[in-house]
Design a protein around this ligand. Structure first.
Ligand code: SF4
Length: 427
């Protein structure tokens, strides 16, 4: 097997990863709009070269499954011919509506492009963790507070009377609520600041994440490395959670419609039909968004209602309150070679059990204990272990049941949990 086709590496188009259903390639959009024709070409390429399954990850990357060693390079060539603006190397995430959102305060896309160029010439990626990433949050409705990164930049307004209109608040290792703030930087110093921070991370703790390096090495080393660039600014307040599903107002009186892929995946035929529905509604293109979402862009608000009805009929999530959003499932067996249980295939039955028990918790269904789909702990989780479903309630193993018995057993467990909680709440 080619050394590139391995687990643990970032499965970009040029280095797909072996899974249970063949090779998986990940396309990380650079943040610009993908034309509907180009996305249609991508769906057809996924069908021709893979098994036609496309996934949107929790960070907004596109994954194409079921490739072979022979077909993966053909997919990469097709994507190159479609001129989809993807990026390899250290991921730099920007707001999914960057440049289109009326509330943008900063051109995050331009800074992200400058950062990618600087990373390519500095060649530090080989000394960093394969999961190292940077967030550039220019503001707007779909902010990135919930997206963890090694270095975070968030555009903030300068205090009244300051010479700078906008500066970028810098924090290290985590999401907006867990990262460690170190101050702010002027936009023209942002590339140097991020580069120095990542170079120091690579030198002091090769292949480690920033959060661990800050804990191990101390924050002062990182602050000292960028002291001449830093402006003293307090950390900005966290914002209400960003919600990609639904209609978002864009500049020029246009709208974006955010849709969710049930359990993070769909197939090329469904997505091709979605593109046709988008075309009928006047959409000019699409982008992906964190939270396993697609944003159809440039619709006239009057056409949005019919498009949402079409998307809903195709099985996509069009309502933020859709109960499928409360169940987070990885691919599981047999799609993932490590899967002990068919997590994705079980997810609809889990949704029904959760609904029958009137449970409001997020449920994580994981093919094995690695927990890829939701690394943070949740109150209710189902992990595959030795072919059985281990049901964990508040981090404690409650019971281990077969895949067939899980829906009924889960319904009972959740109903009793809901009842106990109601009794506690009433005294
Ligand atoms: S959690 Fe386990 S089964 Fe699920 S995708 Fe990750 S490695 Fe595969």
């Amino acid at each position: 097997m080619n050394a590139l086709y391995r687990r643990g590496a970032c499965p970009g188009l040029s280095a797909p990863m072996m899974t249970g259903d063949g090779l998986l390639a990940r396309l990380t959009p650079a943040g610009s709009t993908i034309g509907l024709d180009a996305f249609g070409g991508l769906c057809r390429a996924a069908r021709t070269h893979g098994n036609g399954i496309l996934e949107i990850t929790s960070r907004g990357s596109i994954q194409i499954r079921g490739l072979s060693a022979a077909s993966a390079p053909m997919l990469a060539a097709d994507v190159a011919a479609l001129r989809i603006d993807g990026s390899e190397g250290i991921p730099v995430l920007v707001n999914p509506l960057s440049g289109l959102d009326a509330d943008d305060t900063f051109n995050a896309g331009a800074l992200a492009a400058a950062l990618r160029a600087s990373f390519a010439s500095a060649s530090i990626a080989s000394s960093l963790s394969a999961k190292a990433s940077v967030v550039v949050d220019g503001g707007g409705i779909l902010h990135l507070d919930d997206v963890a990164a090694d270095v975070r930049l968030r555009a903030i307004d300068a205090p009244h009377g300051a010479s700078l209109h906008v500066s970028l608040h810098v924090s290290l290792g985590g999401d907006a609520s867990t990262a460690t703030p170190i101050g702010a930087v002027a936009p023209e110093g942002a590339v140097a600041c991020v580069l120095r921070l990542l170079e120091l991370l690579a030198a002091k703790a090769p292949n480690a994440r920033m959060r661990d390096a800050v804990q191990g090495e101390g924050l002062s080393a990182f602050k000292s490395a960028v002291a001449d660039l830093l402006i003293d600014r307090p950390a900005p307040a966290p914002r209400p959670a960003a919600e990609p599903i639904g209609m978002h107002a864009l500049r020029m009186d246009e709208a974006a419609i955010g849709l969710g892929l049930p359990f993070g995946h769909s197939d090329s035929e469904t997505l091709l039909r979605l593109i046709e529905a988008g075309r009928r509604a006047g959409a000019g293109g699409l982008r992906t968004a964190p939270g396993r979402a697609l944003l159809l862009l440039g619709l006239q608000p009057a056409a949005a209602h019919a498009f949402v009805a079409d998307a809903g009929a195709l099985g996509l999530i069009v309502d933020a309150a859709d109960p499928r959003r409360r169940v987070v499932a990885c691919a599981g067996a047999p799609i993932c070679a490590s899967g002990q249980i068919p997590a994705r295939a079980m997810a609809p039955a889990v949704v029904r059990a959760v609904g029958a028990a009137s449970c409001k918790d997020i449920i994580h269904v994981s093919g094995c204990y690695k927990g890829c789909a939701h690394p943070a702990p949740v109150p209710v989780a189902i992990f595959g272990g030795d072919g059985a479903c281990d049901v964990m309630l508040d981090g404690v193993l409650s019971r281990s049941v077969t895949v067939e018995d899980l829906p009924d057993q889960l319904k009972m467990l959740l109903a009793s949990r809901v009842e106990s909680k109601a009794e506690r709440d009433h005294g």
